[in-house]
Design a protein around this ligand. Sequence first.
Ligand code: GLN
Length: 538
Amino acid sequence: MSLNTKYIFVSGGVTSSLGKGIISASLARLLQARGYSVAIQKLDPYINVDPGTLNPYEHGECYVTADGAETDLDLGHYERFLNVPTSQANNITTGRIYETVINKERAGDYLGKTVQVIPHITDEIKRRVKLLGEAGDYEIVITEIGGTVGDIESLPYIEAVRQMKWEMGTNCIVIHLTLVPYLAAAGELKTKPTQHSVKTLLEYGIQPDVLVCRTEKHLSQEIRRKIALFCNVQVNAVIESIDASTIYDVPLMMLKEQLDKVVLAKLRLPNRHEPDMEQWKDFLGKLKNPTSEVHIGLIGKYIELKDAYKSIAESLIHAGVANECKVVVDWIHSEKINAENAWSMLNNLDGIIVAPGFGDRGIQGKIETIRIAREKKIPFLGICLGMQCAVIEFARDVLGLKEAHSTEMNATTPDPVVDFMEEQKKITIKGGTMRLGLYPCRITKGTKAFSVYGKSNINERHRHRYEFNNKYLKRFEEAGMLATGINPDSELVEIVELKDHPFFIGVQFHPEYQSTVANPHPLFSRFIKAAKEKAGSN
Ligand code: GLN
């Protein structure tokens, strides 16, 4: 371990969904802007080894890192805010902790000892937290603890934090995020839930150093003093986190509340210089002052839970900023679209995205949507399953292969234009076995894809089992659907595009995982540009 690494834990009280991920990412962004090297990590208290096998309705999108880890969506916020890639080490679940401990036990590593939650599970938690600081040689590691303090599930994590604080003294602090609700009938902000949740932490032996209070109304000095007194923290360590119109406001709100300065003082670290947030402010300025507007349809089957498409939604915000354009997203359920209503449901859109996904539900609606986008020349971006659906639609409608399908939906189709990858045929275990993480792609010069990226060699992140079936490639290309991005090692098709269309691109990979505030992704930016042109020509 780098002896100098400092550890910050972020816990949550009162209720979930208070925005621990955004607060952690915002604090990290400010510390980074002061010149510190910072990593953020998420500890998830569920027993799944990773969220890869979870239905998106459970916890929202599964975020994929460059090294192919399937992780919690908060890692997406970390990357978008910090512009630094995360990895497997940045997301740990209870399942993974237990898996490691049980494997060690089976290997005989505990030499006959009784294996217990304390110390074996807590030691493994501490080891994983410290490993991140060690491996990256970070000055500061921020660790967000999923769930709410008091949950049975998160107890071993809280105990590990208590031990680390005890071992490390001022090299380790705890920020506790709570809710200060406003009772309209009483016309007052109430501090009691915060007091109770800090008491719960104290029962476990942890005195929080900083309280971040989520609230709808500003906290008066009086309220801050009251919270400080009852919760045993300094008044300047009671930080207000008022509801924001966009998550991208939060770093500047935290700067105003001096969260970064308070944290550095507690860790006995110098402020170095004032945080350089110029680029961030420029981004926010453009986000809040758009000069045009486009309507984008996002067609998917999990749209009841917008978190299922978190990275796509954020990428669209970044792309809007790059074009100084407000992106209004119409979330459309693919199951609601059919051949009869497709045009009336889609004709007011300036651009269409068909989302990633798994399984048969809603597929026909996606195919009908793509037919409209292709025929009516609406800018189109198909991501992963969205690209595969574009291939199926083209095969059926243009090549006349009426029963063409992906073998994921129809194992006996006469025309498997999308098929299982050879190496996937042997795999029976579901967890962590897809084609995952960063793969290279070579783009043909002179194509739309090349004009988007401006270079031949790119790397994008993947998460899928099925592929374009190269046996059909010649027929597709002759009819006008070109494979313009290819994996140079395996020849797998990564990008398809239509020749005679203002913007029709399908990608087998997930560009949304690589769009950040500092670097909006070119595919989304160019897609929004095309949508803007369409909106302007209406
Ligand atoms: N279900 C498809 C596959 O496994 C697409 C996956 C996705 O959209 N991420 O290939």
